[in-house]
Write a protein that binds this ligand. Structure first.
Ligand code: AP5
Length: 217
Protein backbone atom coordinates (compact mmCIF):
# COMPACT_ATOMS: atom_id res chain seq x y z
CA UNK A 1 0.00 0.00 0.00
CA UNK A 2 1.27 3.47 -0.86
CA UNK A 3 -0.15 6.38 1.13
CA UNK A 4 0.72 10.01 0.37
CA UNK A 5 0.35 12.36 3.34
CA UNK A 6 -0.18 15.95 2.25
CA UNK A 7 -0.84 19.29 3.90
CA UNK A 8 0.86 22.63 4.41
CA UNK A 9 4.05 23.06 6.45
CA UNK A 10 3.21 22.43 10.10
CA UNK A 11 0.01 20.50 9.35
CA UNK A 12 1.41 17.59 11.37
CA UNK A 13 2.60 15.33 8.54
CA UNK A 14 5.74 14.19 10.35
CA UNK A 15 3.89 13.69 13.63
CA UNK A 16 1.15 11.63 11.99
CA UNK A 17 3.18 9.77 9.36
CA UNK A 18 5.16 7.97 12.07
CA UNK A 19 1.96 6.86 13.80
CA UNK A 20 0.21 5.87 10.59
CA UNK A 21 3.19 3.87 9.33
CA UNK A 22 3.39 2.03 12.64
CA UNK A 23 -0.37 1.33 12.67
CA UNK A 24 -0.36 0.02 9.10
CA UNK A 25 2.99 -1.78 9.25
CA UNK A 26 4.44 0.38 6.47
CA UNK A 27 7.75 2.21 6.10
CA UNK A 28 7.82 5.98 6.69
CA UNK A 29 9.73 8.04 4.13
CA UNK A 30 9.98 11.81 4.66
CA UNK A 31 11.76 13.86 2.00
CA UNK A 32 12.56 16.71 4.41
CA UNK A 33 14.09 14.27 6.93
CA UNK A 34 16.24 12.68 4.22
CA UNK A 35 17.55 16.10 3.20
CA UNK A 36 18.26 17.12 6.80
CA UNK A 37 20.13 13.84 7.37
CA UNK A 38 22.18 14.53 4.22
CA UNK A 39 22.96 18.07 5.43
CA UNK A 40 24.03 16.77 8.84
CA UNK A 41 26.26 14.17 7.15
CA UNK A 42 27.80 16.84 4.89
CA UNK A 43 27.05 14.93 1.66
CA UNK A 44 26.82 16.53 -1.77
CA UNK A 45 23.03 15.94 -1.71
CA UNK A 46 22.88 17.93 1.53
CA UNK A 47 24.98 20.75 0.07
CA UNK A 48 22.72 20.93 -2.99
CA UNK A 49 19.53 21.04 -0.89
CA UNK A 50 20.52 23.35 1.97
CA UNK A 51 20.16 26.76 0.30
CA UNK A 52 16.71 25.96 -1.07
CA UNK A 53 15.54 24.63 2.28
CA UNK A 54 16.83 27.56 4.31
CA UNK A 55 14.99 29.95 1.95
CA UNK A 56 11.78 27.90 2.18
CA UNK A 57 11.86 27.00 -1.50
CA UNK A 58 11.46 23.60 -3.09
CA UNK A 59 14.56 21.60 -3.94
CA UNK A 60 14.62 20.96 -7.75
CA UNK A 61 12.51 18.01 -8.88
CA UNK A 62 15.35 15.94 -10.38
CA UNK A 63 17.26 15.92 -7.07
CA UNK A 64 14.20 15.02 -4.97
CA UNK A 65 12.92 12.37 -7.36
CA UNK A 66 16.27 10.59 -7.56
CA UNK A 67 16.57 10.55 -3.77
CA UNK A 68 13.02 9.29 -3.12
CA UNK A 69 12.96 6.63 -5.82
CA UNK A 70 16.21 5.23 -4.49
CA UNK A 71 14.78 5.21 -0.96
CA UNK A 72 11.45 3.56 -1.78
CA UNK A 73 13.27 0.91 -3.80
CA UNK A 74 14.86 -0.46 -0.61
CA UNK A 75 13.57 -3.71 0.96
CA UNK A 76 11.87 -2.05 3.96
CA UNK A 77 9.45 -0.34 1.54
CA UNK A 78 8.47 -3.55 -0.26
CA UNK A 79 5.23 -3.96 1.75
CA UNK A 80 4.33 -0.31 1.26
CA UNK A 81 5.13 3.16 2.45
CA UNK A 82 3.72 6.33 3.94
CA UNK A 83 5.20 9.21 1.96
CA UNK A 84 5.54 12.43 3.97
CA UNK A 85 6.34 15.60 2.01
CA UNK A 86 6.55 13.89 -1.38
CA UNK A 87 5.30 14.44 -4.05
CA UNK A 88 5.15 18.22 -3.93
CA UNK A 89 4.91 19.12 -7.63
CA UNK A 90 3.15 17.63 -10.64
CA UNK A 91 6.50 16.46 -12.05
CA UNK A 92 7.25 14.61 -8.80
CA UNK A 93 3.78 13.01 -8.79
CA UNK A 94 4.25 11.83 -12.38
CA UNK A 95 7.70 10.39 -11.63
CA UNK A 96 6.25 8.57 -8.60
CA UNK A 97 3.39 7.11 -10.65
CA UNK A 98 5.79 5.89 -13.34
CA UNK A 99 8.08 4.23 -10.79
CA UNK A 100 5.17 2.56 -8.99
CA UNK A 101 3.55 1.29 -12.20
CA UNK A 102 6.86 -0.33 -13.12
CA UNK A 103 6.61 -2.29 -9.84
CA UNK A 104 2.90 -3.14 -10.31
CA UNK A 105 1.92 -0.65 -7.61
CA UNK A 106 0.08 2.66 -7.41
CA UNK A 107 -0.74 5.45 -4.96
CA UNK A 108 -3.66 3.91 -3.04
CA UNK A 109 -4.61 6.94 -0.94
CA UNK A 110 -3.74 10.61 -0.55
CA UNK A 111 -4.58 12.07 2.85
CA UNK A 112 -4.73 15.85 3.20
CA UNK A 113 -4.28 17.29 6.68
CA UNK A 114 -6.31 20.47 6.86
CA UNK A 115 -5.06 23.05 9.38
CA UNK A 116 -5.72 26.83 9.44
CA UNK A 117 -2.77 29.12 8.73
CA UNK A 118 -2.77 30.72 12.20
CA UNK A 119 -2.41 27.27 13.81
CA UNK A 120 0.44 26.33 11.48
CA UNK A 121 2.35 29.50 12.33
CA UNK A 122 1.95 28.91 16.04
CA UNK A 123 3.03 25.27 15.70
CA UNK A 124 6.12 25.90 13.61
CA UNK A 125 7.55 28.87 15.42
CA UNK A 126 7.45 26.84 18.66
CA UNK A 127 8.60 23.53 17.20
CA UNK A 128 11.84 21.82 18.17
CA UNK A 129 13.37 18.88 16.29
CA UNK A 130 15.78 16.16 17.39
CA UNK A 131 19.13 16.61 15.67
CA UNK A 132 19.63 12.85 15.69
CA UNK A 133 16.27 11.12 14.92
CA UNK A 134 14.26 14.20 13.76
CA UNK A 135 11.35 13.55 16.14
CA UNK A 136 9.25 16.76 16.32
CA UNK A 137 8.30 18.41 19.64
CA UNK A 138 6.25 21.46 20.46
CA UNK A 139 7.27 23.60 23.42
CA UNK A 140 3.69 23.67 24.71
CA UNK A 141 1.71 20.77 23.18
CA UNK A 142 4.31 17.99 23.16
CA UNK A 143 7.33 19.08 25.19
CA UNK A 144 10.11 16.57 25.91
CA UNK A 145 10.36 15.17 29.45
CA UNK A 146 13.73 16.93 29.84
CA UNK A 147 14.19 20.34 28.23
CA UNK A 148 16.32 20.23 25.08
CA UNK A 149 16.66 16.42 25.07
CA UNK A 150 14.82 13.97 22.77
CA UNK A 151 12.64 11.44 24.69
CA UNK A 152 13.15 8.86 21.98
CA UNK A 153 16.94 8.83 21.53
CA UNK A 154 18.49 11.39 23.90
CA UNK A 155 19.59 13.63 20.99
CA UNK A 156 19.77 17.47 21.18
CA UNK A 157 16.67 19.45 20.22
CA UNK A 158 17.03 22.49 17.94
CA UNK A 159 14.92 24.97 16.00
CA UNK A 160 14.94 24.45 12.23
CA UNK A 161 16.49 27.26 10.14
CA UNK A 162 13.28 27.46 8.10
CA UNK A 163 10.93 27.79 11.10
CA UNK A 164 11.27 31.58 11.51
CA UNK A 165 7.98 33.40 10.83
CA UNK A 166 8.98 35.03 7.51
CA UNK A 167 10.27 31.74 6.06
CA UNK A 168 7.19 29.85 7.28
CA UNK A 169 4.98 32.40 5.46
CA UNK A 170 7.03 31.89 2.31
CA UNK A 171 6.76 28.08 2.64
CA UNK A 172 2.97 28.43 2.94
CA UNK A 173 2.90 30.46 -0.27
CA UNK A 174 5.08 27.86 -2.05
CA UNK A 175 2.71 25.14 -0.84
CA UNK A 176 -0.35 27.01 -2.16
CA UNK A 177 1.26 27.66 -5.55
CA UNK A 178 3.17 24.46 -6.26
CA UNK A 179 1.78 21.64 -4.11
CA UNK A 180 -1.92 22.35 -3.49
CA UNK A 181 -2.74 21.85 -7.23
CA UNK A 182 -1.79 18.17 -6.79
CA UNK A 183 -4.78 17.71 -4.50
CA UNK A 184 -7.18 18.02 -7.42
CA UNK A 185 -5.26 15.32 -9.36
CA UNK A 186 -5.75 12.89 -6.47
CA UNK A 187 -9.36 14.06 -6.02
CA UNK A 188 -10.09 13.26 -9.68
CA UNK A 189 -8.77 9.75 -9.08
CA UNK A 190 -11.14 9.48 -6.06
CA UNK A 191 -8.28 8.65 -3.71
CA UNK A 192 -8.10 11.97 -1.83
CA UNK A 193 -9.41 12.14 1.74
CA UNK A 194 -9.40 15.46 3.61
CA UNK A 195 -8.98 15.18 7.36
CA UNK A 196 -8.97 17.93 9.98
CA UNK A 197 -5.48 18.20 11.50
CA UNK A 198 -6.53 20.19 14.56
CA UNK A 199 -7.23 18.73 18.00
CA UNK A 200 -5.32 16.16 20.01
CA UNK A 201 -2.60 14.29 18.10
CA UNK A 202 -4.18 10.91 18.93
CA UNK A 203 -7.57 12.10 17.68
CA UNK A 204 -6.03 13.21 14.39
CA UNK A 205 -4.32 9.82 14.10
CA UNK A 206 -7.69 8.07 14.53
CA UNK A 207 -9.29 10.27 11.87
CA UNK A 208 -6.54 9.36 9.41
CA UNK A 209 -6.89 5.64 10.07
CA UNK A 210 -10.66 5.91 9.64
CA UNK A 211 -10.25 7.90 6.42
CA UNK A 212 -8.37 4.91 5.06
CA UNK A 213 -11.34 2.72 5.89
CA UNK A 214 -9.58 1.07 8.84
CA UNK A 215 -11.29 0.83 12.21
CA UNK A 216 -9.84 1.51 15.64
CA UNK A 217 -7.22 -1.06 16.63
P1 AP5 B 1 9.64 19.24 5.18
O1 AP5 B 1 10.58 18.80 6.24
O2 AP5 B 1 8.84 18.22 4.45
O3 AP5 B 1 8.73 20.36 5.82
P2 AP5 B 1 7.20 20.76 5.60
O4 AP5 B 1 6.40 20.03 4.59
O5 AP5 B 1 7.26 22.21 5.42
O6 AP5 B 1 6.53 20.24 6.86
P3 AP5 B 1 7.02 20.41 8.29
O7 AP5 B 1 8.05 19.37 8.62
O8 AP5 B 1 7.39 21.83 8.58
O9 AP5 B 1 5.68 20.16 9.11
P4 AP5 B 1 4.84 18.85 9.35
O10 AP5 B 1 3.59 18.92 8.56
O11 AP5 B 1 5.67 17.62 9.20
O12 AP5 B 1 4.47 19.09 10.86
P5 AP5 B 1 5.02 18.41 12.22
O13 AP5 B 1 4.46 17.04 12.37
O14 AP5 B 1 6.49 18.59 12.36
O15 AP5 B 1 10.41 20.08 4.05
C1 AP5 B 1 11.37 21.05 4.41
C2 AP5 B 1 12.02 21.57 3.15
O16 AP5 B 1 12.68 20.49 2.45
C3 AP5 B 1 11.06 22.17 2.09
O17 AP5 B 1 10.77 23.53 2.36
C4 AP5 B 1 11.91 21.99 0.82
O18 AP5 B 1 12.94 22.96 0.75
C5 AP5 B 1 12.57 20.64 1.03
N1 AP5 B 1 11.74 19.55 0.51
C6 AP5 B 1 11.21 18.52 1.23
N2 AP5 B 1 10.49 17.72 0.41
C7 AP5 B 1 10.56 18.24 -0.83
C8 AP5 B 1 10.00 17.89 -2.06
N3 AP5 B 1 9.22 16.79 -2.19
N4 AP5 B 1 10.28 18.66 -3.14
C9 AP5 B 1 11.08 19.73 -3.05
N5 AP5 B 1 11.63 20.15 -1.88
C10 AP5 B 1 11.36 19.41 -0.78
O19 AP5 B 1 4.26 19.34 13.28
C11 AP5 B 1 4.60 20.71 13.41
C12 AP5 B 1 4.57 21.10 14.89
O20 AP5 B 1 3.24 21.01 15.37
C13 AP5 B 1 5.41 20.17 15.80
O21 AP5 B 1 5.97 20.97 16.82
C14 AP5 B 1 4.38 19.19 16.38
O22 AP5 B 1 4.78 18.72 17.67
C15 AP5 B 1 3.14 20.09 16.46
N6 AP5 B 1 1.89 19.35 16.24
C16 AP5 B 1 1.64 18.39 15.29
N7 AP5 B 1 0.37 17.97 15.39
C17 AP5 B 1 -0.21 18.68 16.42
C18 AP5 B 1 -1.51 18.69 17.01
N8 AP5 B 1 -2.51 17.89 16.57
N9 AP5 B 1 -1.72 19.55 18.03
C19 AP5 B 1 -0.73 20.37 18.49
N10 AP5 B 1 0.52 20.40 17.98
C20 AP5 B 1 0.78 19.56 16.95
Amino acid sequence: MVVVLMGPPGAGKGTQAVRLAERLGLAHVASGDLFREAIAAGTSLGRQAKGYMDRGELVPDDIVVRMILERIGRPDCAAGVVLDGFPRTEAQAEALDRALVAQGKQVNAALELDVPEAVVLERLTRRRICRNCQAPYHMEYSPPAQEGVCDRCGGDLYQREDDGEATVRHRLQVYAEQTAPLLSCYRQRSILRRVSGTGEMDEVAERLVRALGRGAA
